[in-house]
Design a protein around this ligand. Structure first.
Ligand code: SF4
Length: 502
């Protein structure tokens, strides 16, 4: 069996998952990629292609299995080779770029990553990349292909677009030869173990290690690997640490409903467990009353959609900086008033910033609370617009001063309202169906922000026909509309709780 770099890296995360990837692909691939995940892959591919222009006029090895063409290109000392493929009897890898160094008379290796250069001085990602390159280098060493330097090409997070993209400034190249060489031995041993485990037709036995990790660590095959995990497991207890999880699992406690009353948890975790076990809501009426009293009419429920373009689309933007392209606004003028809806979406060819700010200024009342969900995001975008467009800085600063975060009553230490169906989450996707069951994202064409963001990018990248484009724009409007309508209805639900207590 020949193991790819991707399978090896999966193995380093979890040997069982890597085995399933190869031997039971129908389970490994049971969930199709979301358009958001596809967008991440597409971004990586685009960045790979862009980085090639740092070393122009190379020859591309199209097929990821074409070792024959690679051998020929290497034998001919082809100056630049894109995506050359090398295989031993156990491993296969496609490199990003090989460049013939006329000073040293050997090839230099360049690995391209679409992440930013925020971790030059270490960090988990850098460590992962060194292992990634060491895997490639070990294969080349075994094949006798001499390599001079090994290099990491990443996106320069400080780059600011001004006209055409300048690839020399957009990318940062780091020589990581020493760091990679220091890892070769360790990675080689791990490659041998990976080969043994993955090539074995017998599935690794034993419990998943994830039984001792929070739900976020569980992989997409966890339902197969840990089939007896209850619907609402102890792993879903918010921010539960490993020590507590081990204590519960060691005592055969897997369901949140079986957590003993005297098991020591933080205040938030205890409230989540009690709420689940009693199937009753937790409501702190006084705190809700105080919170609602901070909101001033007209109430302006506001939500933004943005796109973090890896390659800045417009002047003044940095890599991955969010581009605000859409908002939805529900306004309630006075107590017992109906909500009035406004929206804005930009899908033309220019930078949306100024059109966005202009529309917001036009529709947003001059006074009253600006109600958002998770204030850091909207406030950050407002600050960014203020920096890009000084003529709107005063307006944006004033908007930020008026912001009230509707997530506060449902979040962490400030929780005033908890519900068994929140399952420890303050996401609007959990809060809405629990408090306002008739409203749901479930039947929406777009159901979450990542897909909304990706859809907009595909619209402005002209990937759709005109009629498809119109359908997508409507889907984006419906999605964003529901975000603010959801806030209106959640606010009403809090208001009813407060009024009923009087
Ligand atoms: S749930 Fe965890 S331990 Fe189990 S296969 Fe997935 S990643 Fe591995």
């Amino acid at each position: 069996m020949i193991i790819s770099k991707t399978s090896f890296l999966t193995f380093l995360d979890c040997s069982k998952n890597a085995w399933i990837k190869i031997h039971k692909p129908e389970i490994f691939k049971q969930y199709p990629l979301s358009s958001f995940e596809q967008n991440i892959i597409d971004t990586g591919n685009n960045i790979d292609v862009m980085a090639r222009s740092l070393f122009p006029n190379g020859v591309l090895v199209e097929s990821r299995e074409d070792t024959e063409l690679t051998d020929k290109l290497i034998a001919n000392k082809t100056p630049v080779i894109y995506q050359p493929v090398f295989a031993t009897d156990k491993f296969i890898t496609a490199l990003d770029i090989l460049v013939w160094n006329t000073d040293t008379n050997v090839y230099d290796l360049y690995e391209v990553k679409s992440s930013t250069s925020s971790e030059e001085n270490g960090g988990r990602k850098t460590e992962d990349y060194l292992i990634d390159i060491a895997f490639q280098k070990n294969i080349l060493d075994e094949l006798g292909v001499e390599i001079g330097t090994t290099n990491l090409i990443r996106v320069n997070k400080e780059y600011v677009r001004n006209g055409e993209i300048n690839v020399r400034s957009f990318f940062l190249i780091e020589d990581v030869t020493e760091e990679v060489n220091a890892k070769l031995g360790e990675v080689k041993s791990k490659m041998e173990v990976a080969s043994e485990v993955i090539s074995n037709p017998k599935e690794p036995v034993g419990h998943c290690d994830c039984i001792l990790k929070g739900k976020k660590s569980h992989c997409t095959t966890s339902k197969y690997s840990i089939p007896d995990l209850p619907q609402y497991p102890v792993h879903a207890i918010s921010r539960i640490n490993k020590k507590k999880l081990i204590e519960l699992v060691d005592n055969n406690i897997f369901s949140i409903f079986d957590v003993p009353k005297d098991f020591v948890l933080s205040e938030n975790q205890r409230r989540q467990v009690d709420t689940a076990q009693s199937d009753k809501e937790y409501i702190s009426v006084n705190e809700i009353t105080d919170f609602l009293s901070t909101m001033k009419y007209p109430l302006c429920f506001l939500d933004y959609e943005t796109y973090p373009s890896a390659v800045p689309k417009y002047d003044g933007f940095k890599p991955y900086q969010q581009i605000p392209f859409q908002f939805s606004l529900h306004v309630i003028e006075a107590p017992n008033g109906e909500s009035v809806h406004y929206d804005f979406i930009y899908t033309d060819t220019e930078c949306p910033d100024k059109y966005f700010a202009e529309a917001l200024k036009k529709h947003l009342p001059d006074i009253g609370s600006v109600v958002v969900w998770n204030q850091g995001f909207e406030k950050g975008i407002n600050k960014q617009i203020a920096e890009h467009l000084p003529e709107y800085s005063e307006f944006m600063d004033k908007v930020n001063i008026r912001v009230v975060d509707l997530m506060i009553p449902f979040y962490g230490k400030t929780t005033m309202y908890d519900h068994p169906k929140f399952k420890g989450s303050a996401s609007i996707k959990y809060v809405l169906p629990a408090l306002v069951p008739h409203l749901s994202y479930k039947n929406m064409h777009i159901q979450e922000g990542g897909t909304a963001s990706d859809t907009w990018n595909r619209i402005v990248s002209q990937e759709y026909t005109d009629s498809e484009k119109n359908i997508k724009i409507q889907a984006l409007k419906d999605y964003c509309h529901l975000d603010t309508l959801a806030m209106v209805e959640i606010w009403r639900a809090l208001y009813v709780v407060e009024s009923d207590s009087r």
